[in-house]
Design a protein around this ligand. Structure first.
Ligand code: C2E
Ligand code: MG
Ligand code: MG
Ligand code: MG
Length: 292
């Protein structure tokens, strides 16, 4: 296989590059048909509060099952961003998220978890994004104030001036904004205050090192106090151990997401989990009333 190498002419692909190029091509072609072939599925990972680990929200995480077997989002999302397939896919994801919001609110009213939806940088530069999202919100009758959009810190800072305008329009629609993977980019405090942000999600890499690395612990504590002083909610992602949970709580973190609490689950499983939790809460309340 050949690839063009600047002005100097041509150079042969090595095996690894060849494999990567083939994979990219396969994924690009496959993704174009993924929606109509109904190969996409939503999973939801609960976000819990420090009050008895109650499920207060859930992040929608996309799964793709082409005929040859599951491909992870770590592989197909970057390729979808390059090829532009992320635009129709992102809209499909947004619609799924809106449907979930409506269904959960119908089931649980004020106890319904909020829905968190990932938005890629490529979507933010799309002229038609706002109209399309507005239309989906109307068609599904979803409540935008119960939907949070997650944009990674790196994506936000890539073109901050253009992004600010777009994000303001989205938050004007009532949607809430979370900065995803916070701590991995290099944003300054001044830049952060220019964005209409409601939530900071502390990246898994920092949570991971919190018990073993003094630096991670310092960064996490600083991010939490920074976030709090700006009036933001803090979500720690990738919480896997009780030790991490305790350290994050003592640092002042409000919300947690990770395998320690729940892995991403199918929509039906999420409904069972929330039902079970509400049942336990009412039981506890009844017990307390009897004691009085
Ligand atoms: P993210 O938005 O930071 O999502 C968190 C990722 O961490 C998810 O990986 C989740 O399954 C994983 N995770 C959660 N708890 C734990 C834990 O305790 N330990 C470990 N090791 N991992 C944990 P997933 O589902 O593979 O998604 C990877 C990334 O793909 C996401 O990172 C997000 O950037 C992207 N992605 C997923 N779905 C979508 C989507 O619908 N749209 C866009 N634009 N990106 C998406
Ligand atoms: Mg996310
Ligand atoms: Mg994240
Ligand atoms: Mg992350």
């Amino acid at each position: 296989a050949l690839k063009q190498k600047g002005r100097d002419g041509w150079q042969f692909f090595n095996d690894y590059q060849h494999h990567q190029a083939l994979q990219r091509l396969n994924v690009t072609l496959g993704l174009r048909l993924a929606i109509e072939r109904e190969e996409l599925e939503a999973r939801f990972q609960p976000i819990v509060s420090s009050d008895r680990s109650r499920i207060v929200g859930a992040e929608l995480l996309l799964r793709w099952f082409p005929p040859q077997g599951e491909v992870s989002p770590g592989i197909f999302i970057p390729i979808a961003e390059m090829s532009g397939a992320i635009l129709p896919i992102g809209l499909w994801v947004f619609r799924e998220g809106c449907r979930a919001e409506v269904e959960w609110r119908r089931r649980w009213g004020a106890h319904a978890p909020y829905v968190s939806i990932n938005l890629s940088a490529r979507q933010l530069t799309d002229e038609s994004l706002l109209d399309e999202m507005r239309r989906v919100l109307m068609e599904t009758a979803a409540d935008p104030t119960r939907i949070t959009l997650e944009v990674t810190e790196t994506a936000l800072m890539a073109d901050i001036d253009a992004n600010i305008r777009m994000l303001r329009r989205l938050t004007d629609m009532g949607l809430r904004l979370a900065v995803d993977d916070f701590g991995t980019g290099y944003s300054s405090l001044a830049q952060l205050t220019r964005l209409p942000v409601d939530i900071l999600k502390i990246d898994r890499a920092f949570v991971d090192g919190i018990e073993t690395h003094h630096e991670s612990r310092t960064v996490v504590r600083a991010v939490i106090s920074l976030g709090r002083s700006l009036g933001l909610q803090l979500v720690a992602e990738g919480v896997e151990t009780q030790g991490q949970h305790l350290e994050l709580m003592s640092g002042g973190c409000d919300l947690f997401q990770g395998y320690l609490f729940h892995a991403p689950m199918k929509p039906k499983e999420l409904i069972l989990a929330v039902n079970e939790q509400l049942r336990q809460l009412t039981e506890r309340e009844q017990d307390q009333n009897e004691e009085c």
